[in-house]
Design a protein around this ligand. Structure first.
Ligand code: NDP
Length: 444
């Protein structure tokens, strides 16, 4: 039996109830097979794969906080410190009722390879809580964040583990978390990224994931002799990643016709008016349905996802498994020929199979959304230097990083006989650096 299969089969028995983690692990392990086989003896002897699929540690804790009625509420908090072979653990915090250990393990595992692909010295981790910030007052969110950090601070630090935002954790939450860390430790250090500009944040971090997604999509199109200009684009989500993916795609001449939230999607044939979306989502924290009340000619589809609309390019930017096999068939029927993933693992394995069968240009999340963590690493550098770079400087570095990720990904795919398969390419390119570091550092 192949080494890869042996390791996966054991994992599937041991963690049978962690379906998201197994989905991510299976994709990675299957696609790195050619690289593992090229070096199998050394990898087997030092248990590289067995060590890679088991997190260094998982910290889980109670988060008690008091709501506006004076009642104590209790959530669970986690930090999954997955692998620090190439740098301190780095990865976001997610606050969403669906959060559990399996989801955080999948995200932490993906993060190892994504972070490696950026070329920057950051390991993989992820954390969060089943707390739902929707509908909570600012005071309640602050109370929760302070309680969460009161436990988390023991395990994080600028050279140890540097969390950031993710679903449900934006500038407001990062601010409260940072304040509490500083209050407890007395340290003014870059322990979190995605901070506000007035206290150590980096310009362009807010935009980085969405902009980076569009930069790498643009590069992939260019290499295929195409461009974004004039193309019709479907975006899902209306949070951080979706908003700035839409903004950059529009700047490069594309027509973005959809955005969504967990209640439904809006279709605007004239192209999304992003100022309206920002006002609804960032200022009022409202629902995307309000867009249709404000913009003539647009339509709101309650309870649906946007994948049935005609398009050239789809950018899923909401959450995991939001494009299933049937959705992918709808994309094909609607003329779509390119998908780049802003969210983490938004396409199910069946959806990816459909893209590949239909010859799509397909850039998986690990490569496509790495711009966020890359600029987070640049924020860490600026904090260490006690300097702030200009927006243009950070944006130029981001563009360069995304181009490099495209290059490494396509070269690795070609080297192992899978030209144009960016799933194989990104997994192998990410894996090789981590594996080399793990071998060099011995059995730890
Ligand atoms: P936000 O919380 O800012 O936005 C999330 C968006 O997705 C909202 O519109 C939300 O709608 C929607 N959404 C969330 N859960 C679901 C669901 N179960 N079904 C349908 N829609 C849903 O998060 P981000 O934009 O930061 O993150 C989006 C994705 O991008 C995630 O997969 C995240 O891991 C990934 N990512 C984020 C990075 C970052 O820098 N922020 C970096 C790399 C990846 P609603 O408001 O109704 O919940």
């Amino acid at each position: 039996m192949s080494y890869v299969k042996e390791v996966y089969d054991k994992l599937a028995v041991k963690y049978a109830n962690e379906k998201e983690f197994l989905q991510a692990a299976r994709e990675v392990l299957e696609s790195i097979k050619p690289a593992v086989e090229a070096n199998e003896e050394a990898y087997r002897r030092s248990g590289v794969l067995e060590r890679l699929v088991e997190p260094d540690r998982i910290i889980s804790f109670r988060v008690p906080w008091i709501d506006d009625q004076g009642k104590v509420r209790v959530n669970t908090g986690w930090r999954v410190q997955f692998n620090d072979a190439i740098g301190p653990y780095k990865g976001g915090l997610r606050f969403h009722p669906s959060v559990n250990q399996s989801i955080l393990k999948f995200l932490g595992f993906e993060q190892i390879f994504k972070n490696s692909l950026t070329g920057l010295p950051i390991g993989g981790g992820k954390g969060g809580s089943d707390f739902d910030p929707h509908g909570k007052s600012d005071r309640e969110v602050m109370a929760f964040c302070q309680s969460f950090m009161t436990e988390l601070f023991k395990y994080v630090g600028a050279d140890e583990d540097v969390p950031a935002g993710d679903i449900g954790v934006g500038a407001r939450e990062v601010g409260y978390l940072y304040g509490q860390y500083k209050r407890i430790t007395g340290l003014y250090e870059g322990v979190l990224t995605g901070k506000g500009l007035s206290y150590g944040g980096s310009l362009a971090r807010t935009q980085a994931t969405g902009y980076g997604l569009v930069y790498i999509t643009d590069e992939m199109l260019k290499q295929a002799g195409k461009s974004l200009a004039g193309k019709t684009v479907l975006v899902s989500g209306s949070g951080n990643v979706a908003t700035y993916a839409c903004e950059k795609a529009q700047q490069l001449g594309a027509r973005v016709v959809t955005m969504s939230d967990s209640s439904g999607y809006i279709y605007d044939p004239n192209g999304i008016d992003l100022d309206v979306v920002k006002q609804i989502k960032q200022v009022r924290r409202g629902r995307i349905s309000e867009y249709a009340d404000q913009v003539a000619g647009s339509v709101y589809h309650a309870g649906e996802r946007p994948w049935g609309e005609k398009c050239d390019i789809a950018l899923p930017c909401a959450t995991q498994n939001e494009v299933n096999g049937a959705d992918a068939e709808k994309l094909v029927a609607g003329g779509c020929w390119c998908v780049a993933e802003g969210a983490n693992m938004p396409s199910t394995p069946e959806a990816i199979e459909t893209y590949q069968k239909n010859g799509f240009l397909f850039m998986p999340a690990k490569a496509a959304n790495a711009g966020g963590v890359a600029v987070s690493a640049l924020e860490m550098s600026q904090n260490s230097l006690r300097l702030s770079w200009t927006f243009e400087e950070v944006d130029a570095r981001l563009k360069d990083i995304m181009k490099n990720i495209y290059r490494k990904t396509s070269e690795a795919a070609r080297k192992y006989g899978h030209e144009g398969d960016f799933v194989v390419g990104s997994n192998i390119a990410g894996f090789e650096k981590v594996a080399e570091a793990m071998l060099a550092q011995g059995n730890v």
